[in-house]
Write a protein that binds this ligand. Structure first.
Ligand code: PFF
Length: 464
């Protein structure tokens, strides 16, 4: 095999910088999975599926994951591993001189701040629920009780802010103490437990009176409910779920080992991630119909339904405590990967020490995140384009910045980087024989994915 093309031009300012990488193949898988699996599965997937009509939404989401998510994720990781640098430097190094592809990395940093602003608030609710679960005050199958408990929390400005600050300082400290590796090791052990707990919840939920109705909602598509905006939301979820379109996977790719099989790892991460979401859906919708919640309850859905399911089983309180603790662990992995994007850019591009970069990021998030923390209380009436800051940050990041990032990553690989380099990098420079796969992914990236994303975006945003 020709090895001439394997040399990479170093990203500016990166020569000599030693980068810690993932130590084993399983470590890579666990860390990448740790970024993908999070509140997106447990909170966002069920609430968006409920709000957008159920099975039809699920179907579009699956298609978007396969046709768009998978190739873009492969592209991002491959670029990251090839350049071994943060997204901005990576794209500068791989692109012809003077072309502004590095802007994808800059947009990614903006997306990271927007997502972290509202995500940290949802993590804050999870942390608050850990404490509530200890006290047992929310364990009930009466919608009035669980709904009242949730609105009491989110409509209290002080609680919302304090919990969010707690979360941000907690994640910042993990980064500052350099114990990310320890956290990853812990996540690796705890994710299977979350999986088991979700399985148990599914069994309980499936034994409820109206389980069949819930399953029909989740699996029997009603195509009349699929509109352009539903398709855009499903595609946005696919990007959000896989942590792609904003440089997170490029950053993680930069820590990948050279002998790691990228397509296989990606496929495994995607499948495991889909499994967790499906389990969350199966645990939630039968209960929603049995206890008389509204499937379209929005961001509150999980927080009001889960306590109702646990109220049906012996040891429900202890198990619910375990559930929210594990959800917090899953969310921590996702948040660490989100924060890694601005921190590594500020460190490698702007010369800040990692510690300073972390403190700066946390402080900025305390300011920016407050607008989301207060979206259900003091700032409930402060809206732009008809959306509160919480909803606006979510909409702009998932439905605009990430898909746009996806378009440019796909175009970059398909038209600038080219097949030869892509194939070599994806085949580990001759070690793997995955030419056919590389060709298929390459043509998806060159033609299908960008066009599909563009059409969905323009139609979903009412441009035509
Ligand atoms: N994929 C994470 C989740 O589903 O919870 C959220 C996320 C993490 C989005 C990292 C984007 C990202 F870069």
């Amino acid at each position: 095999m020709n090895k001439k093309n394997t040399t990479v031009r170093h990203a500016p300012g990166l020569t000599g910088l030693s980068r810690a990488g993932f130590s084993s193949g399983f470590g890579v898988l666990a860390a990448t999975l740790g970024s993908a699996v999070g509140l997106g599965n447990i909170w966002k997937f069920p609430y968006l599926t409920g709000a957008n009509g159920g099975a039809g939404f699920l179907l579009v989401y699956l298609l978007a994951t396969l046709l768009i998510g998978l190739p873009v994720m492969i592209a991002e990781i491959t670029l990251g591993r090839q350049a071994k640098a943060n997204p901005i430097s990576a794209l500068q190094a791989l692109a012809p001189k003077g072309q502004p592809w590095w802007l994808i990395g800059a947009a990614g940093m903006l997306a990271a701040f927007l997502i972290l602003s509202f995500y940290s608030e949802v993590v804050a609710w999870v942390f608050a629920y850990v404490v509530k679960a200890m006290r047992g005050s929310i364990l009930s199958s009466d919608p009035r009780v669980t709904e009242a408990a949730f609105s009491a929390l989110i409509s209290d400005p002080l609680q919302s802010l304090l919990w969010q600050w707690g979360v941000l300082v907690f994640i910042g400290s993990i980064l500052l103490l350099g114990v990310t590796k320890g956290i990853e090791a812990m996540t690796k052990k705890l994710l299977p437990v979350l999986f088991l707990l979700l399985l148990l919840l599914c069994v309980v939920s499936l034994s409820l009176d109206k389980a069949a109705e819930g399953l029909a909602f989740l699996f029997k598509p009603d195509f009349s409910k699929i509109s352009a905006s539903v398709v855009l939301t499903a595609m946005g979820l696919a990007f959000f779920k896989l942590s792609i379109g904003m440089g997170t996977m490029m950053t993680y790719g930069s820590y990948f080992r050279d002998d790691q099989n990228i397509p296989l790892t990606t496929l495994r991460v995607m499948s495991a991630d889909l499994c967790v979401s499906m389990l969350a859906g199966i645990a939630i919708f039968p209960a929603v119909f049995t206890f008389g919640f509204a499937p379209a309850a929005g961001p509150a859905l999980v927080f009001i339904t889960i306590p109702a399911v646990f109220s049906q089983i012996p040891l429900g309180q202890g198990l619910m405590l375990a559930f929210f603790l594990l959800a917090a662990v899953a969310a921590t992995g996702a948040m660490l990967s989100l924060m890694e994007v601005p921190v590594v850019i500020l460190h490698e591009r702007f010369g800040l020490s990692r510690a300073r970069a972390t403190v700066f990021t946390v402080l900025l998030l305390i300011l920016l995140g407050a607008s989301c923390a207060l979206s259900n209380s003091a700032l409930a009436d402060f809206k732009l384009f008809g959306l509160t800051m919480f909803d606006l940050f979510d909409f702009v990041s998932s439905n605009i910045i990430l898909p746009a990032g996806g378009i440019f990553i796909a175009l970059f690989v398909g038209w600038v980087w080219g097949f030869k380099k892509f194939r070599l990098a994806l085949g580990n420079h001759g070690q793997l024989h995955n030419e056919k796969l590389a060709r298929a992914v390459f043509y998806l990236l060159r033609c299908v994915s960008p066009l599909l994303i563009l059409i969905v975006m323009l139609k979903g945003l009412n441009f035509f």
